[in-house]
Design a protein around this ligand. Structure first.
Ligand code: CP
Length: 307
């Protein structure tokens, strides 16, 4: 049987194009499973997984929990709010105490970039990075590419623009790595203050005019402004951001082509996307969420084979 080249999923940077294809092939099978009347398989019956979240989440936390339950794993959920982290316990002590309860795998979200990489050097369990600060969000990028592949047939050769707050976005970085590993062309677009200075070194195109970016692409992946990570003002006001970078259905309809609209969520309706764009026929936003469960099932299943 084929297996992943890694025993943790810390970032897309660390995995191979073959790993991505393998995850997608397994996810295709799991997508069939979760659309059956009986949505469960016994694949991880003897595995216990802890979802350890030090930062807020709706989609990722629920999607992992559902993926684990669909695979028949035992699941425990830890959230730092209301925990002994508030009494001064360290990350390593917290996770080692969870592992002492015979847990096999850790899915972790943390606000510090590199937190799952640090853990992977100190604990024996498999780790899945569910988002580490502004660094990576690998399963989001995998489900994004899986959704492009589902809608357009393949990712290779497609032109994908990531629009918005690239500077503070882990979704942007993981998507850049994932798309390039599959042979897509990638552009980033946003106010110059929200584009990292080094970004061109990653081999992406850079554009500050959202209309030109939309005219260029096959797929637009729109990000929210991450106000919670911003220490200073990067643009005058949200109203001004919406005026220059907000996307509505009229803009999408006026393009003389098919365009696929994506968003990792949560959407700030009326800021980066109007409601009529988010809910339009261009949008595959809820398909992304649906595919997240199948993709995460594939990741957990494949990592469990690595022991
Ligand atoms: N896309 C995403 O990571 O959403 P949540 O923060 O709700 O998990």
């Amino acid at each position: 049987m084929q297996e992943l080249s890694v025993r943790h999923l810390l970032g897309i940077k660390d995995i191979t194009p073959q790993d991505i294809q393998l995850i997608f092939e397994i996810a295709d099978n799991f997508k069939d499973v979760i659309n059956r009347p009986i949505k469960k398989v016994p694949s991880l019956r003897d595995i216990t997984i802890a979802n350890v979240f030090f930062e807020n989440s709706t989609r990722t936390r629920l999607s992992f929990e559902l993926a684990e339950k669909r695979l028949s794993a035992d699941v425990i959920n830890f959230s730092s709010s209301g925990s002994s982290v508030k009494k001064g316990e360290t990350l390593l002590d917290t996770v080692n105490n969870i592992l002492a309860m015979k847990v096999d795998m850790i899915v972790m979200r943390h606000s510090s970039p590199g937190a799952p990489h640090f853990l992977s050097k100190h604990i024996p369990a498999n780790i899945v990075n569910a988002g580490d600060g502004t660094h990576e969000h690998p399963t989001q990028a995998l489900l994004d590419s899986f959704s492009i592949r589902e809608r357009l047939g393949e990712v290779a050769g497609k032109k994908v623009v990531i629009i918005g707050d690239i500077l503070h976005s882990r979704v942007a970085l993981s998507n850049i790595f994932a798309l390039q590993k599959q042979g897509a062309e990638v552009m980033v677009c946003g106010p110059i203050t929200l584009l990292p200075k080094y970004i061109q070194a990653l081999g992406v195109k850079v554009e500050t005019d959202v209309r030109k970016a939309l005219a260029w692409c096959d797929v637009a992946n729109v990000l929210r402004i991450q106000l919670e990570r911003q220490q200073m003002k990067y643009f005058p006001s949200l109203r001004e951001y919406t005026l220059y970078y907000g996307i509505d259905k009229k803009m999408l309809d006026s393009l003389d082509k098919e365009i696929v609209l994506m968003h990792p969520g949560p959407i700030n309706r009326g800021v980066e996307l109007s409601s009529d764009a988010a809910d339009s026929h261009h949008s595959i936003i809820l398909n992304q969420v649906e595919n997240g469960v199948a993709v995460r099932m594939a990741v957990l299943y494949l990592l469990a084979q690595k022991g």
